[in-house]
Design a protein around this ligand. Structure first.
Ligand code: GLU
Length: 489
């Protein structure tokens, strides 16, 4: 029988979940779903100095918003819990003790002052910085005496000397480290808390993790982990390190350049399915020319073989484009709550406006396909709710020439005189007048759009006019005619 695929996302709650972390979570999730495996969420909160209470909630909220669902974890439980490391301290202590017992680890009594001196000496002599293994060679009786005196100590791994550590990374291929380059790493700290290395390895083993998929920055920890697995006599999982994500200028991602938190993208008006699709393509590709793919399609296409070791670029422009594609796919119903809320907050509509108001739904239907983000849809539809207070300067220069006032006047008269006010009737009025006056459609359409909206972009003109209604259209055309006469004569 094939071994069940079990993977985990193991964030440390030290701040918000940024897009890099979300990409790691996502690849674990995709790998699990593709292989009918299990995806586990584990909170690695043993570094108390960096712990932030709000961070756990932010991680849960971010993953849930993105639609990344875990099968085992702190809130949903599972057979291998608890899934929060601070609740597993006794387990780590017990395993550290086991390594001391088997001679694979030892207590180190060196004081911070001594360690500092060693470091300074190494720096002065231009030697490699690291623990000098002083306590490794203490005799049994020396050790016992210090322990009896309750001397504070850490537990360190007895790193075997002169050993080549080899592992096969599923993304990067074979990776080799010399054990002599590695410190006798600390496993248990003086306060009894485990280090990341001990807790991570013990948990991956006890939680039966089959594949460790994590960010590239952890690659240097892997040889240490392999040595730990060997010290315990356990078989290590498979490892796969995900490529670095760079900002579009080739530098490191920073909060300003793309490393925003997942929830910042939510607040900025992105759709979760668009961000998920975009993140899935950071380092992975389906191998054909598909880019817009829903979750199911990504599940079925995902494989580690197609994860590239090359750095990937977080292209904000592409994310915006992709979001626009998803905006167009969305039903009015599914986004109207957020948009109407946004209009209320901006004061475009009354706080008590009804969500099922037909006019509001009509505006969303007209605007969503032309909006890259929910926020664009909110901001750019102001003219559906209030008369323009001015006209875009560049557009006015171009389209509000003196003869535009004349054309607007004729069109407005015809519109007011007509009993019907539909897209078709309006289109007829414009076409007939263009022919009669011998002007191009653009000469009428652009000034009219500017007159009714104040800007030069938006939905198709006749749809827009119909939505605004005859009275509003006529009023705004009159206003524009007066404006042109005042400013352009
Ligand atoms: N707690 C580590 C982190 O914050 C986990 C690294 C790993 O996946 O091993 O990313």
């Amino acid at each position: 029988m094939e071994k069940t695929i079990r993977v985990r996302f193991a964030p440390s709650p030290t701040g918000y979940l940024h897009v890099g972390g979300a990409r790691t979570a996502l690849f674990n999730y995709l790998f699990a779903r593709h292989n009918n495996g299990v995806f586990i969420l584990r909170i690695e909160d043993t570094d108390q100095s960096r712990y932030q209470e709000s961070a756990c909630k932010e991680i849960f909220d971010s993953l849930k918003w993105l639609g990344i669902e875990w099968d085992e974890g702190p809130d949903v439980g599972g057979d291998y819990g608890p899934y929060v490391q601070s609740e597993r301290r006794d387990i780590y202590k017990q395993y550290a003790g086991q390594l001391v017992e088997s001679g694979n680890a030892y207590p180190c009594f060196c004081s911070p002052e001594r360690l500092q001196k060693v470091r300074e000496k190494q720096q002065a002599e231009k030697q490699k910085i690291g623990y000098d293994r002083h306590c490794r060679s203490l005799s049994e009786s020396e050790r016992r005496k210090l322990l009896e005196k309750n001397t504070p100590c850490v537990i360190r791994l007895n790193v075997p000397l002169g050993k080549t550590v080899v592992f096969n990374d599923a993304v990067r291929g074979e990776i080799t480290y010399e054990s002599d380059q590695l410190d006798d790493l600390v496993l248990l700290k003086t306060d009894g808390f485990p280090t990341y290395h001990l807790a991570n390895v013990v948990d991956d083993h006890l939680m039966k993790i089959s594949h460790v998929l994590r960010g590239d920055e952890w690659i240097a920890s892997t040889p240490r982990h392999i040595l730990l697995y060997e010290a315990f006599g356990w078989t290590p999982p498979e490892f796969a390190h995900m490529p670095v994500i760079l900002s579009s200028d080739g530098g490191k991602l920073s909060k300003r350049k793309g490393a925003a938190s997942v929830l910042d993208y939510c607040r900025a008006g992105y759709l979760p399915e668009a961000l998920l699709n975009f993140l899935s393509l950071l380092g992975w590709a389906p191998g054909d020319d598909r880019e817009i793919m829903n979750k199911e399609e990504i599940f079925s296409a995902f494989s580690l073989q197609r994860v590239s070791p090359k750095a990937s670029v977080f292209d904000e422009k592409k994310l915006e484009w992709m979001n626009g594609q998803y905006m167009a796919q969305r039903s009015v119903e599914s986004i109207k709550g957020d948009i109407i809320q946004g209009w209320k907050e901006k004061g475009f509509i009354d706080r008590n406006a009804d969500e099922n108001d037909e006019y509001l739904e009509q505006v969303i239907a007209l605007m969503k396909d032309r909006s890259k983000k929910i926020t664009d849809c909110i901001d750019n539809s102001f003219y559906f709710f209030k008369d323009p207070e001015g006209y875009d300067e560049k557009a006015a220069k171009k389209h509000f020439k003196p003869d535009a006032a004349k054309h607007l006047q004729v069109l407005c008269d015809k519109i007011e005189a007509s009993d019907i006010f539909t897209q078709e009737s309006l289109e007829n009025i414009f076409r007939e007048y263009a022919e009669k006056a011998g002007v191009s459609g653009g000469k009428l359409i652009h000034p009219t759009r500017l007159a009714v909206s104040g800007v030069s972009f938006g939905p198709g003109l006749f749809e827009l006019l119909e939505a605004l209604g005859k009275e509003t259209v006529a009023k705004r055309m009159h206003n524009a005619i007066s404006w042109i006469k005042e400013n352009k004569s």
